[in-house]
Design a protein around this ligand. Structure first.
Ligand code: NOJ
Length: 710
């Protein structure tokens, strides 16, 4: 239902005032900014100092300044419409959660929702109304630095995580003063940039778009995400910022998105660089006619839209629709009722506890030759370039982090019981300087990683191997006959084909936020049982990219691409570690999978009937633990090639030692169907395999038949 209050307001606005609502400017404490607000030329302010705010130091938020600017908008501008303040609050504010890719490794949507609720409370208390998160770009290429901001390669996992993030930020009560509007980005296909080069070209067919890239956006639109940001990229020759087909026909009409679209930083002006517009005026015309609602910082709208309306090149009706969407969200998030920020006392202790659980649950044990957990009474050495590191554990996008509570791995080890059993081998100038220090221990923990500057926006790599000097260092320690534990603090998946040989155990710790160091030490000593699973495939070598599990059945042997068949002469074709993979300190056994109803008809499915598939999981080990039970579907024969397997459900469960649990998945039309060559969602009669297992390589399956009978 359209709000008559907003319609009335728009009727009384001049074209300049309307265009002002579509203009987002950068925050500056200047007379010019105050004047622009006073003249009704500003609808929103982005609290960012640079275009790549995740990479650079940002100014601290000044709530008094925000309140003062808000007062000018309310009391001195012609419309009295409040400003909406946006900031990139991506995976944390003062307390920083793991990077989103690591969050996805937790496979814990409830935890993610709680975490983002905590983040929203902190940000709202600092005057942030709107965050540019979650990023729900499917990413299959670890060379692309922004894969760290994604939830990985799978549309279903990304959708579930994306929905949880939106619910966490926005809460059930949008108007509450600790809810913030979310922004799903970057619509569409940004993660598919060729070669992992940020901002580059993408080539996505309609079939691939609907069956992979669009799905998470559909999911968050259904969850009422307030805003969507366009991608910088072009898709098959059409920059998204000027694509009416993508922005209006698909997002607004087909998916029914009711919020507003914000352009990514200067992406309207960049239509000139794409050479689809001859100048910024033409760029403004194309973007407005595509109904891209708000212009982030490049001033194309504020400089040209009024004139374009006068010239009849953009209709006033279009502008009205765009303004409506912006005011609708301002109203929905309570800005008319509560425009000012009153800083609240935030319960940081509670947020730290959530961050700790998150870093505990996202770390992935990749290898363990009976070496972890280590007993406190055992003598160990700890070394490596990340011994003292703090900031890099936060990853990209943490402009407001609380530095005071960050600890290095060495600091946490020093707080442990029996810390006199630990020797710290400082990274030497001459590597053999450490030999005397580690001579008397048989186990060496080597803490490795990449700096937070190596990933994130515009930070891409051609080679994702473990950095050569780190590999050589580990190799030398291994050649001394030591047992080695590799703790790897990276933002992206790395290629461990060669390095893996030099480690007896590998804990993939990612960049896991404020509590990363504590979680690493707790996992090493077994206080925490690791439970993370990979949200992105780990290749053996960089040259295997792209490698993702939900690849279509193809000309070769069905699994040649991801399984044992061979495409390359110089490398095994299997991934180093597959999607969904991760070890625990206990062992979970899966019983034979069962289905309550092996035969269904198409009509039953279309009428909403579902069927249940279940399995019993037994913890046969000697300690309690959490397991992510994963359900995959495979369409045996279809009119189009379908993925070898597709994730359709997961459930993270805690099971006491020697106990068992039944896990049930309910599947139906949604899980068996796909978008066909006409862009229609369909289920085709035939046989399907439903798998339930510990990762995407599971063979534990049951066959379902869908019949086309009345
Ligand atoms: C550019 C990035 O692509 C986007 O994700 C971010 O939200 C904006 N800059 C604003 O900082």
């Amino acid at each position: 239902m359209r709000s008559s209050k907003i319609i009335e307001k728009i009727k009384n606005m001049s074209i300049e005032e309307k265009v002002g609502q579509l203009n987002q400017i950068q925050l500056e404490d200047t007379k010019q900014v105050r004047d622009e607000i006073r003249r009704g030329r500003v609808g929103s302010i982005i609290l960012a100092d640079t275009a790549t705010a995740g990479n650079d130091k940002q100014k601290k938020i000044n709530v008094d300044l925000l309140n003062e600017l808000q007062r000018i908008a309310l009391e001195e501008s012609p419309t009295g419409i409040p400003l909406i303040f946006g900031r990139d609050v991506i995976h944390g504010h003062h307390i920083v959660m793991p990077i989103p890719l690591a969050e996805a490794a937790s496979f814990n949507t409830e935890l993610l929702e709680n975490a983002y609720r905590a983040v929203a409370e902190e940000a709202a208390s600092d005057g942030v109304h709107w965050t540019f998160s979650p990023m729900i770009d499917i990413s299959r290429d670890p060379r692309w630095g922004r894969c760290i901001e994604s939830f990985g390669e799978d549309p279903y996992l990304t959708s579930e995580m994306g929905k949880a993030a939106v619910c966490g930020f926005q809460s059930d009560d949008y108007k509450s003063t600790d809810s913030i509007a979310a922004c799903a980005k970057h619509y569409l296909g940004y993660g598919a940039v060729e070669g992992g080069r940020d901002y580059g070209k993408t080539e996505i067919s309609e079939y691939t778009m609907r069956n992979y890239y669009l799905k998470p956006f559909k999911a968050v639109v259904e969850e009422n995400v307030a805003t969507v940001m366009n991608s910088f990229s072009e898709i098959s020759g059409q920059p998204v910022a000027s694509s009416r087909y993508l922005l209006y026909d698909i997002l607004k009409t087909e998916l029914g998105f009711e919020g507003f679209i914000i352009s990514d930083w200067a992406s309207i002006a960049k239509l000139v660089n794409h050479r689809v517009a001859k100048d910024e005026k033409e760029a403004a015309m194309l973007a407005a006619n595509a109904e891209l609602d708000m212009d982030m910082v490049d001033r194309c709208y504020i400089e040209h839209l009024s004139e374009l309306v006068e010239e009849g090149k953009v209709s006033e009706e279009t502008i009205d629709k765009m303004v409506y969407r912006v005011l609708y969200i301002k109203d929905k998030f309570g800005l008319f009722e509560n425009p000012y920020t009153e800083q609240k006392k935030v319960n940081f202790e509670k947020h730290i506890a959530i961050a700790k659980q998150f870093s505990d649950e996202c770390m992935v044990l990749l290898k363990n030759n009976d070496i972890l957990p280590i007993k406190h009474s055992k003598r160990i050495a700890v070394t490596g370039p990340f011994l003292h590191e703090k900031r890099s554990h936060l990853g990209s996008w943490a402009p407001d982090y609380d530095a005071g509570i960050l600890k290095s791995i060495q600091e946490v080890f020093l707080e442990c019981e029996d810390n006199d059993k630990i020797v710290f081998a400082e990274l030497p100038y001459l590597w053999d300087d450490i030999i005397p220090t580690i001579r008397d221990v048989d186990t060496v923990v080597i803490v490795l990683g990449e700096s937070a500057k190596l990933s994130g926006e515009d930070n891409c790599l051609t080679n994702i191997d473990l950095p050569r000097e780190q590999l050589e260092f580990a190799k030398k320690i291994k050649l001394l006959g030591k047992k080695t534990v590799g703790v790897m603090c990276f933002g992206r998946p790395i290629a461990l084909g060669e390095a893996e040989l030099y480690f007896d155990a590998i804990l993939y710790a990612w960049q896991s936020g404020t509590c990363a160091a504590q979680s690493i030490v707790d996992i090493i000593y077994g206080k925490v049982n690791p439970s993370g699973k990979l949200p992105m495939t780990f290749p053996r070598v960089t040259g295997q990219i792209p490698i993702y599990y939900n690849y279509p059945s193809y000309f070769g042997n069905g699994m040649a691409y991801y399984g044992d068949g061979s495409n390359y002469w110089d490398c095994k074709s299997t991934p180093m570690y597959p999607f969904g993979y991760g070890l625990s300190y206990t062992n979970f056994e899966y019983s034979q999978i069962r289905c309550e109803n092996y035969i269904l008809t198409l009509d039953e499915l279309k009428n909403g009937e579902t069927f249940k598939v279940s399995v019993i999981i037994t913890n046969t080990g000697v300690r309690a633990g959490k397991e992510t039970v994963q359900c995959y579907v495979s369409d045996r024969v279809a009119s189009m090639t379908r993925p070898i397997k597709e994730l359709k459900g997961f459930s993270k469960v805690f099971i006491e030692k020697k106990a068992c649990k039944e896990i049930v998945f309910e599947l139906g039309l949604e899980e068996l169907g796909f978008y066909n060559r006409n862009g229609e969602f369909c289920v085709e009669a035939g046989e399907f395999d439903v798998f339930i297992g510990r990762d995407c390589m599971t063979d534990n399956k049951v066959k379902i038949t869908v019949m086309n009978i009345k």
